[in-house]
Design a protein around this ligand. Sequence first.
Ligand code: ZN
Length: 209
Amino acid sequence: MLGGDFSRAREDLEAVSAAGADYVHFDVMDGSFVPEITFGAKFIEDLRPWSDLVFDVHLMVEKPERHIARFASAGAGIITVHAEATSHLWRVITMIKESGADAGVAINPGTPVSFIEPVLSIADYILVMTVNPGWGGQRFIPQAAEKIEELDSRRRESGYGYLIEADGGIGRKNIGELYSMGMDLAVMGSAFFGEDDKASFLRSIEESL
Ligand code: ZN
């Protein structure tokens, strides 16, 4: 949704659904963990009736443990927290699961996979930031994407069940490479909303993969 126009959020949401996306991704920013401020749980709650898609809520906020219950009640299907934003990562993941949502763990470009090693066995999603978080429309960081391969081989070795999600600067030109590295979910903002025919854009990407 960050790639859209917040004054037309409901139309944007309906466009995401109509185009055939599998999820809709919400970037919640608090002005502290990242410089920008976007929206809170009420925004998600108000949009919830207008789509059947899974709401994938990415909390770029400090101490996300303060907000889990509220985002779950607002209708989040997946709640992803940053490993760098809490001292209680295991507990936050447990809180998310107890709320009924699936739990994701996000890592910034400068954070190694080893930092989240202890929670790989319990996370439902691992989100690899492929730009520095905080704004839409940023340039993709190839070195960050290498962590996708590492996460893919870790889950094969250990039988972990997480899906790998990549977020930031993804579009037609790099999605094939990320998919071949082991990415399961691609978050697209600017690339998606910049297309006039969003359904044929998604279809052509699916066919190319
Ligand atoms: Zn995001």
